[in-house]
Write a protein that binds this ligand. Structure first.
Ligand SMILES: C[C@](O)(CO)[C@H](O)COP(=O)(O)OP(=O)(O)OC[C@H]1O[C@@H](n2ccc(N)nc2=O)[C@H](O)[C@@H]1O
Ligand SMILES: Nc1ncnc2c1ncn2[C@@H]1O[C@H](COP(=O)(O)OP(=O)(O)OP(=O)(O)O)[C@@H](O)[C@H]1O
Length: 267
């Protein structure tokens, strides 16, 4: 069985307060984009559980696909399987690639082995793997609060626009980003995002991480400015960076001249 875990962008992100468990309460709008990895799974009774594909950074114990498998295996009789992951979504980009792989692994195991887990139960497993992970269970535009795991659906349809994602060379650690951010009460209620014309987002919709990340990695801000130069109606860093995205009504004919490199996705 093969699935295609997709990336997300954060449209607006308010870091509201620091919690006693070390995490932060936030408010954000998650929007899925069709930049995808490919994750394949087959039963493998001879060699036990295996993982192949482009190496995932970090120790094998931190591999989120394997973590998803073992999390379910604690509660269900699962036979050994082999996973193959083809990575397209870069890590340290704020695009939720690892979280998406993990959430899609949970969904695939649920379907393939007919575990009959409800969406709510899958989300409860997902949050154990990462704060971003539950979003990818339903994978629809959502206003999120809590640590990013409490959702209200949002009617937000950007299909008539073009979305461009740029990935500067630098990668940003999510832990570092949260360490440097200063929580502030939000000035705009992101629940109202879909009622605000995109032309007004530039003045109103902010990602709180930009304030502390841009001075550390000036290239990220440079790429964001390029997106506005190319005519984006709205541009922002996604999550804790380093990817930036732009929303365009139309791409200009000389887009390749304005932005000759760093383009990861055009949708
Ligand atoms: C920046 C975002 O991508 C926005 O969607 C997410 O908040 C990050 O979520 P994530 O990568 O799934 O985060 P996790 O893997 O659960 O946590 C990594 C680290 O980020 C910090 N963290 C994460 C989420 C959150 N709401 N508050 C935090 O302080 C914690 O230090 C945690 O140890
Ligand atoms: N399948 C996987 N794909 C990517 N990273 C993985 C995976 N499994 C474990 N990881 C670990 O998780 C870390 C975070 O990965 P992820 O792709 O979610 O990054 P991110 O860009 O920080 O996303 P976000 O900030 O939006 O959560 C990586 O640095 C890597 O060590």
């Amino acid at each position: 069985m093969i699935v295609f875990p997709n990336a997300k962008i954060n449209i607006g992100l308010h870091v509201v307060s620091r919690r006693s468990d070390g995490y932060h309460n936030l408010e954000t709008v998650f929007y899925p984009v069709q930049l995808t990895d490919a994750l394949e799974m087959a039963e493998n009774k001879t060699t036990g559980i295996t993982f192949s594909g482009l190496p995932v950074e970090g120790p094998p114990g931190e591999n989120l696909v394997l973590k998803a498998y073992h999390l379910l295996k604690n509660d269900f009789e699962l036979p050994p399987v082999q996973f193959h992951l083809h990575k397209k979504i870069p890590t340290g980009a704020g695009l939720g690639g690892g979280s998406s792989d993990a959430a899609f692994a949970l969904k695939m195991l649920n379907e393939y082995f007919q575990l009959r887990l409800s969406t709510e139960k899958l989300k409860n497993y997902a949050v154990k793997l990462g704060a971003d992970c539950p979003f990818f269970i339903e994978n629809k535009p959502m206003f999120a609060s809590g640590i990013g795991d409490l959702f209200s659906p949002m009617e937000l349809n950007l299909t008539q626009y073009r979305i461009v994602i740029l990935k500067p060379e630098v990668s940003v650690s999510t832990v570092l980003a949260y360490k440097n951010v200063v929580p502030v009460p939000p000035e705009f209620n992101l629940k109202k995002l879909s009622g605000l014309p995109i032309e007004q987002w530039k003045e109103t919709v902010v990602n709180d991480f930009e304030k502390s990340i841009f001075p550390l990695f000036p290239d990220i801000e440079k790429w964001k400015k390029k997106l506005y130069e190319a005519g984006a109606l709205y541009a922002s860093m996604s999550g804790s960076g380093s990817a930036v995205f732009g929303i365009f009504r139309h791409l200009p004919a000389d887009f390749d001249k304005i932005i000759p490199e760093g383009v990861l996705f055009v949708g």
